[in-house]
Design a protein around this ligand. Sequence first.
Ligand SMILES: CC(C)(COP(=O)(O)OP(=O)(O)OC[C@H]1O[C@@H](n2cnc3c(N)ncnc32)[C@H](O)[C@@H]1OP(=O)(O)O)[C@@H](O)C(=O)NCCC(=O)NCCS
Length: 208
Amino acid sequence: MGVAEVLTLTAIADDPLVLTHRLALEGGPEVVFRPLTRADAERLAGFLEGLSPESRRFSTHDGHDLAAAGRLCDAIARYDKLRLVLEEAPAGRIVGLLEFSLDLHPADLVRYQEAGIGLATTDCRFGPTLADDYQGKGVGTQIFPLIADVARRLGRKRIILWGGVLADNPRAIRYYEKNGFRPVRSFIGAGGTRSLDMLLDLDPLPEQ
Ligand SMILES: CC(C)(COP(=O)(O)OP(=O)(O)OC[C@H]1O[C@@H](n2cnc3c(N)ncnc32)[C@H](O)[C@@H]1OP(=O)(O)O)[C@@H](O)C(=O)NCCC(=O)NCCS
């Protein structure tokens, strides 16, 4: 019995199959949960372009076109980010983008410190976005065990929300709560919007 090996972003880019799962959605199509790859730019652009104004407001991205998608693909294994997609099988349409950052933003450190929580290198940031026609159907909850497993395999012990969740996004707040996140505190974010920090303590990976 030994402690499971921690995955690196380079190892994942070299062998995306280590985090690839095929699953049947309840009452829906089969999907593949897998790391974003460099070949995904056009389909990722299709996903970003298809997001409604409300989804774009709830989940912010640096653009919604092919150039923005290309930047996300170019960033694979180059910085501190791990992005995974949910893809319809066999059609190949991308219907979800699940983003991790292994780096903590100084503003996060300050906010959590003010709430009495010291963030550490074993924490990560997470933000999910599903295509509009996939939202509110339990999909995010169905894939959450896979999301938590990714964080654990990256050697992380806690997940915080990437930039918090907007206070006027009750579905996302409920989603995080039902998947084990606890509210930390609310804050006024960029543009004067009220947001909520939430944190999840992960169970450790079982020994192999
Ligand atoms: C947030 C998101 C990933 C959640 O995934 P999902 O598959 O839609 O979530 P689920 O269906 O698994 O769970 C949603 C829960 O919220 C509930 N809910 C839906 N609308 C709600 C509302 N207006 N008020 C309160 N609860 C609501 C659902 O009933 C469900 O809870 P329940 O199972 O206890 O009934 C997805 O909706 C999404 O991508 N939204 C747009 C982008 C976004 O907001 N990202 C998060 C940024 S912080």
